[in-house]
Design a binder for this molecule. Structure first.
Ligand code: GDP
Length: 264
């Protein structure tokens, strides 16, 4: 069985690696802008730019995680009526990649039919969306994986794409318990999906206490290298000729073909 990666920022090696990666790839979700809300499969934007999806059980902390990573207070709306907002919100990232904020699931008060409809929609989206380059699954560090989390992972991981598991609300645990909680979630995933070891990175995370932010950013930046190159170009205010060359030379995640469509 392959080992799953568990990255805790309290490890100094991980800290240095995350800092280096963050320098090379500054904050991939900063400057995200809302694009559209989609309530039906037929309304999904045509697959094009690389897309990363955020999923999680209602109230796990998904919106807070997106807001923290985007360095905004109200980009993704934290919900007063969990599970009621049944739509996918799309945001455009600097450099053109898309972020798909998937509806939270598992909230008890949502009618069963609606729950099942969305569960099917999300499973299909994760299994078949051509332009999807990675999934961030937000799991409450204290509770671990829920049944709907497992169902989604089952459909997604067979695609061979990477998964970033954010073990959220880690601030509610002592530092050693934070790492242990992330390890327990990673072990759980490894036991259920033993073929997926190399795809999974698990990070103790807190939106309120900014735990795991740099590590999560470094992972996301690896999924959308084009966005990074463009960000560097903007930051350095350097010339267009150079940016075209840099773009051509941009590294891509393993297994990802060249070209604007990111086919799989
Ligand atoms: P979502 O339904 O998954 O989008 O969850 P939200 O982001 O709306 O968060 C649900 C609740 O958990 C809210 O009351 C948040 O303030 C709280 N919350 C979210 N993330 C954290 C965190 O990292 N630490 C703590 N202590 N609370 C959090």
């Amino acid at each position: 069985m392959q080992k799953h990666r568990i990255v805790a920022e309290s490890s100094s090696a991980a800290k240095t690696a995350a800092r280096d990666a963050a320098k090379a790839a500054p904050h991939p979700l900063h400057h995200a802008e809302f694009v559209d809300s989609v309530a039906k499969e037929s309304q999904l934007p045509p697959p094009g730019p690389p897309e990363i999806a955020f999923a999680g059980r209602s109230n796990a902390g998904k919106s807070s995680a997106i807001n923290t990573l985007a360095n905004r207070t109200r980009l993704a709306f934290t919900s007063k009526m969990p599970g009621r907002t049944q739509q996918i919100n799309f945001f455009r990232l600097r450099g053109g990649a898309l972020l798909a904020d998937l509806p939270g699931y598992g909230y008890a008060a949502v009618p069963r039919e609606l729950k099942e409809h969305w569960q099917r929609f999300l499973s299909r989206y994760l299994a078949t969306r051509q332009s999807l380059v990675g999934l961030v699954l937000v799991v409450d560090a204290r509770h671990g994986l829920s049944e709907p989390d497992r169902a989604l992972l089952g459909g997604y991981l067979t695609s061979g794409r990477p998964l970033l598991l954010l073990a959220t609300k880690a601030d509610k645990l002592a530092p050693s318990a934070q790492r242990e909680a992330a390890r327990a979630i990673a072990r759980d995933v490894a036991a259920e999906f033993p073929y997926a070891g190399a795809q999974v990175t698990t990070v103790p995370f807190s939106a309120t206490h900014r735990i795991g932010v740099e590590t999560a950013e470094a992972t996301l930046a690896q999924w959308i290298p084009d966005a990074i190159v463009i960000a560097e170009e903007q930051d350095s205010a350097s010339v267009n000729a150079h940016s075209a060359r840099a773009k051509e030379e941009a590294p891509r995640p393993r297994g990802m073909a060249r070209g604007p469509k990111y086919p799989r």
